[in-house]
Design a protein around this ligand. Sequence first.
Ligand SMILES: Cc1cc2nc3c(=O)[nH]c(=O)nc-3n(C[C@H](O)[C@H](O)[C@H](O)COP(=O)(O)OP(=O)(O)OC[C@H]3O[C@@H](n4cnc5c(N)ncnc54)[C@H](O)[C@@H]3O)c2cc1C
Length: 457
Amino acid sequence: MRAVVIIGGGVSGLSTAYHLSKAGIPSTIVERRPYLGGVVRTDSAHGCLLEAGPDSFLAAKPWALELIRELGLAGEVIGSNDELRVTYVVKDGKLLPMPDGLMLMVPTRILPMVSTRLLGWPTKFRMGWEVFRRPGNAPSEDRSVADFIRDHYGEEAVDYLAEPLLAGVYGGDPEKLSVASVLNRFVELEEKYGSLSRGVLAERRKMRRKEGNPPLFQTLRGGLGKLINTLVSAAGHSINVIEADALAVERHADGYRVVLSDGSLDARHVILACQAHEAGEVIRPLDNPLADLLAAIPYNSSITISLGYAKSTFDCRLNGFGFLVPKRERKRVMAGTWVGTKFAHRVPEDKVVLRCFLGGDSNASLQEGDDALVETVREELREILGVHSQPMFWRVARWPRSMAQYTVGHQKRVEEIEARLSGTPGVHLVGNAYYGIGVPDCVRMGKQVAERIATSR
Ligand SMILES: Cc1cc2nc3c(=O)[nH]c(=O)nc-3n(C[C@H](O)[C@H](O)[C@H](O)COP(=O)(O)OP(=O)(O)OC[C@H]3O[C@@H](n4cnc5c(N)ncnc54)[C@H](O)[C@@H]3O)c2cc1C
């Protein structure tokens, strides 16, 4: 009997398996897809490096970089080209640059805020007054991100800053997302300073003194797929991968039996490194209320569409990292990235790659064929950017129900899940549904679970 079975071979499951292998504990990964990495997948076409899922990780969260260094990939790390960082927002059909000095949706510089055409004068005045807010009247219960930002900066800041920015990260709706889970740091700053702008400025001064000015995003020269491949090779014979659907976890002898689409596996520890709704279904025979709690974490679907063009025929002036499309603008494209501008080593000199995101609540577009999706995106790119050129190639990646949504009350839901989970010792949860959505958080959680198992032996 292998002591540990991991259900899900995304970055969470692989980080767990790798850290277990370091402690001398072998594991079996059950993954239904014919490849490992989950939503992390690097493809290539016509000499361009294309990320089908995440393209980078936030440098401020150290856990992915720690792992990368440990795997001997430090020399492969590249930062985003922050000197070229401009993000545009579509307003009334036009592309307007986000003002300089925004920390997410918090303004920290006066002049760019005064001169921006993205926000009207009432919002600008309100943002200016915000610095005089004093601590002491913040509500203690969780709120939506939209309510929180509305309270500080008004409605227009929700529509043209918070909503498009968070849609770009979570594929989610700020009216539903929990501020305590998604912008926890801002809640702390509100408690301490009252004003978010004053709080962010104070914190930034401290950070700069400590760390200089690191790039915002980091990635690997060869794409994040390299992290997956290196993790798998580093774990070596300690991991055994089975391509199958995990259907159920049942109690068996002094451990558990994992029922697969083809056979079964017995284990002392079962790690659910799959989406929470999947974990819920698998665990249902063991604990029905726990399954319901897991199923209550909502997920959104997303699609990435990369379009590659010959630079000589591309008819749009390139500038900045990309653009965001607020919901109010009623488009299906939520965001777009100029891949070759954001990172070096992605796109050869003679090509241009635009990566677009579709998503949000609706699963409808997942059923649409590639040609129809590409046609929709091209039509919207004509409207937004004025791109009429014919792409040389495109790649479509669909990620059904892969982005967990930390909606209002998320922390309480996770506490209930943890409390309930303590009734099934040996069953563990990792993944993007609990304590952080990004790659670094998934790496961290995998390490923590592995350490917990290693010390329990
Ligand atoms: C389009 C997109 C862009 C993103 N961009 C970024 C970014 O730039 N930076 C960043 O930090 N984060 C980003 N994220 C988020 C981050 O990539 C994910 O949260 C993280 O990779 C999730 O890893 P995971 O292993 O928890 O889950 P997944 O990658 O979803 O892996 C779960 C795996 O479990 C398998 N599975 C599920 N159920 C079963 C079952 N019953 N039996 C067997 N196998 C099963 C699935 O097939 C899947 O492979 C992005 C996510 C998406 C979708």
